[in-house]
Write a new protein. Structure first.
Length: 741
């Protein structure tokens, strides 16, 4: 049930009373604390016009009935001193009064007033009937009120939720202002509503949102001179204020032309609330309705709630604007310093920050002092800071920067040229340059003070909260720059050392390689001789040797062969870095075919099946690629183990900018613990007796990595082994300077 339904109840009540006594006039007055009296809520038999809308508390027979909570019969109200003098009922001659309280379980909701022609008061029966109607009315009114209240609260809550939802979604203050204006008008069933913003410098109020049917000249951008209108009162008093008619309200000041333009309006009841943010009035919300409307407490509270929402919206929009421009500035600055940090010294970096900070805060003098050996040393300055900060070093606690360093807190000073804490040399320079205000900000890295930023202005105003925030941002920006510069220095220093070490290492490796090469080479010749002589000995003098002697010779031969293999491998290994051959397109299928032919004896002896899967061409030094596949393939055959049907798969897959090659077998496998070990030189697993030197995989790894690839194995013991390596496509070509794509 809403207000309209309450009205229906009241109409029914008065109609019932009237049907009881058609010669009487009845009126229903409800207690209305907001209006300060008994408000006329329903009448029958006599037009409401001309009747008092609100009988103030304490006046008239109505009040007597409400006070005594009892029915009251007055034979002639013209003679009763308690009646309101010159009461309307004298005119139609309805001077007999009968009043009954509308009493809802002890709470007086209102009074039923009835006026009868003289000498025809209601009979006892009629009185009893009127009493019953009053009782029913009490129940109905109370229910209607409760429901209406609940209804209203719900709507208010919904509307507020809606507005704050809008606040969360949109940061456009105008959109939200309009939403607030519409909502509050709808909620208070008012004919119009306005939102004003205060102009920052002038005291004027300007309409920024208009809702409802207001005078046609009432759009956005209407200016109310400072303090005028009821909105002006709200702004001045910082209170929610209301008036049933602003034209007759003594508090409302209106400039003559504005008054003239508003005079014809029928909606002159106004409820106005100030928009307050952080203790600052930034505008007003104004609600207008039919002249005479008395706004209730609840409605005032609602207006205040909506005004708060609007104020918040404006504030947020402002903050967003400020912070996004500030952020953009800082980001631009950060970008610049990021680029420059590689080439600039800390001093010039801080100089740049000082400059941007100075320009933003309208200061001609900004400087940094950094902590060095326990003193604050000027490092980075802008404007005339050079002349002002004429003492290069300050002790902690000395002058204002020293105090900031000591306390670690920002310091804002008003009359700097006369401040006794400033050292005389500085004071003199400040006075000559006409500086008045000083702001110092500690520069900290992770809570540790590293310096002080100082800003001087010739302004008469103190530094604002916003200025402080900006200065703090620059101080932390400086901290980051200093840290970056230090890190950069540390990194570049470290890099240089690493570079040195790498060069050294390379030289040593090259030396080692050439040593290995020459040693292997030199060893090879006598070894061949040993092996050859052993062969000759065995052939020519074998018959003269006994079995044991022949066996020793055979072992000598085998060992010499093993040593030869080893030397061959070592030679191959040391050759990798200095391959003179140029890279070429290597057809892998052909290459593997060739290898199969070469290893045919071994393959057949073990009965290994070799499958070539997908293959692509590789670009590289043929002998090296051959070596890689040869070593992997011969390992796969050597370590086939007892498998009844040993097989090897070889393939190469195009993976975009590199090729992934593999050699997979189903042999004895390698336990994961040894997966990286086996690529080291001379590392062999001793589980199987197989000819080998422990150099093969080291060679493979070295070739693959020299080409810019990577090698790894996937295997488990007894599960076969899969060796993978990547072989770059374009990289290899570029390095080789071969034909481009
Ligand atoms: P080797 O001359 O001993 O074969 P490698 O460097 O080629 O030297 O291999 C090192 C060790 O890695 C081998 O001794 C062997 O134990 C293990 N290995 C290499 N390839 C395989 C494979 N396909 N299956 C099982 N073990 C392997």
């Amino acid at each position: 049930m809403n207000e309209i339904e309450l009205e229906t109840v009241l109409t029914q009540v008065t109609a019932a009373l009237r049907s009881l006594r058609p010669d009487a006039v009845c009126a229903l007055r409800l207690v209305d604390p907001d209006a300060g009296g008994y408000r006329l809520a329903g009448t029958e038999g006599f037009p409401a016009a001309g009747r008092i809308l609100v009988v103030p508390f304490g006046e008239g027979l109505t009040h007597v009935v409400a006070e005594t909570r009892r029915p009251l019969l007055v034979e002639n109200n013209q003679r009763d001193p308690r009646a309101i003098p010159g009461h309307w009922s004298a005119v139609p001659g309805l001077t007999t009064y009968y009043g009954v309280p509308i009493d809802a379980a002890g709470e007086i909701l209102g009074v039923i007033n009835m006026n009868f022609p003289p000498s025809t008061p209601p009979t006892a029966d009629e009185q009893a009937s009127i009493g019953m109607v009053a009782t029913q009315a009490a129940v109905a009114i109370r229910n209607a009120r409760l429901l209406a209240e609940r209804d209203e609260r719900c709507r208010a809550a919904e509307a507020l939720a809606d507005v704050s939802g809008a606040l969360a979604q949109s940061l456009d203050a105008d959109v939200i202002a309009q939403r607030v204006a519409d909502m509050v008008r709808h909620l208070l069933r008012a004919s119009g509503s306005l939102i004003f913003r205060s102009r920052p410098d002038a005291e004027e109020l300007v309409t920024v949102a208009v809702s409802g049917e207001l005078a046609p000249d009432f759009g956005r951008g209407v200016v109310f001179p400072g303090g005028s209108g009821l909105a002006g009162v709200a702004v001045r008093t910082r209170q929610v204020v209301a008036t049933p008619d602003f034209l007759t309200d003594a508090r409302v000041v209106l400039p003559p032309d504005l008054r003239r333009s508003l005079e014809p309006a029928a909606d002159r009841a106004v409820l106005a609330a100030p928009l307050i943010v952080q203790d600052r009035v930034i505008g007003a919300l104004s609600i207008r309705d039919q002249t005479g409307r008395v706004f209730r407490d609840r409605e005032r509270a609602l207006a205040r709630a909506f005004a708060d929402q609007a104020a918040l919206a404006f504030h947020n929009a402002q903050v967003l604007k400020e912070s996004s421009t500030r952020q953009a500035q800082l980001e631009a600055l950060l970008e610049v310093t990021r680029e420059l940090s590689a080439i600039q010294s800390v001093e010039s970096l801080l100089g740049m920050i000082a400059e941007t900070c100075g320009r933003l805060l309208d200061s001609g003098s900004v400087g940094f002092r950094l902590l060095a050996d326990g003193e604050l040393v000027v490092t980075g300055k802008w404007g005339d800071a050079g002349t002002i900060m004429n003492t290069r070093r300050l002790k902690i606690g000395e002058s204002l920067s020293g105090i900031v360093a000591l306390t670690g807190e920002p310091l804002s000073v008003t009359d700097i040229a006369n401040d006794p804490r400033v050292i005389p040399a500085h004071r003199e320079a400040l006075r000559r340059a006409g500086y008045k205000r000083w702001l110092g900000m500690p520069v900290k890295i992770g809570g540790r003070l590293v310096g002080v930023l100082s800003i001087r202005t010739r302004r008469d105003q103190d530094f604002s909260e916003g200025d402080l925030a900006i200065a703090a941002a620059f101080a932390s920006h400086a901290a980051i720059s200093i840290e970056n510069a230090r890190l950069y220095e540390a990194i570049t220093g470290k890099n240089a050392r690493l570079q040195e070490q790498a060069t050294e290492l390379e030289a040593k490796n090259a030396e080692l390689d050439s040593f290995a090469y020459s040693v292997s080479h030199d060893l090879k010749a006598p070894l061949v001789t040993i092996e050859g002589l052993a062969g000759v000995l065995l052939e020519d003098y074998g018959s003269q040797l006994d079995e044991r002697g022949a066996h020793y010779l055979q072992r000598l031969q085998a060992n010499a062969r093993q040593l030869e293999r080893l030397i061959g491998d070592l030679l191959a290994l040391s050759r990798i870095g200095r391959e003179a051959r140029s890279p070429e397109e290597v057809n892998l299928a052909d290459l593997v075919d060739g290898l199969q032919a070469e290893l045919a004896g071994l393959i057949q002896a073990r009965g290994v099946k070799i499958n070539i899967r997908e293959v692509v061409d590789l670009w590289g030094i043929r002998t090296q690629i051959e070596q890689v596949f040869s070593n992997l393939l011969s390992n796969a055959i050597k370590y086939a183990g007892e498998n009844a049907s040993p097989s090897v798969e070889i393939g190469a897959i195009d993976r975009g900018d590199l090729i992934e090659c593999y050699v997979r077998d189903n042999g004895i496998g390698i336990a994961p613990a040894y997966h990286s070990k086996i690529f080291e030189i001379f590392q062999r697993l001793k589980e199987v007796e197989a000819e080998g030197t422990g150099v093969g995989l080291a060679i493979v790894k070295r070739i693959v990595e020299a080409a810019g690839g990577r090698i790894w194995v996937e295997s488990a013991k007894g599960q076969g082994a899969a060796f993978y390596f990547t072989w770059p496509k374009s990289g290899a070509k570029e390095r080789a300077g071969g034909p481009g794509e």
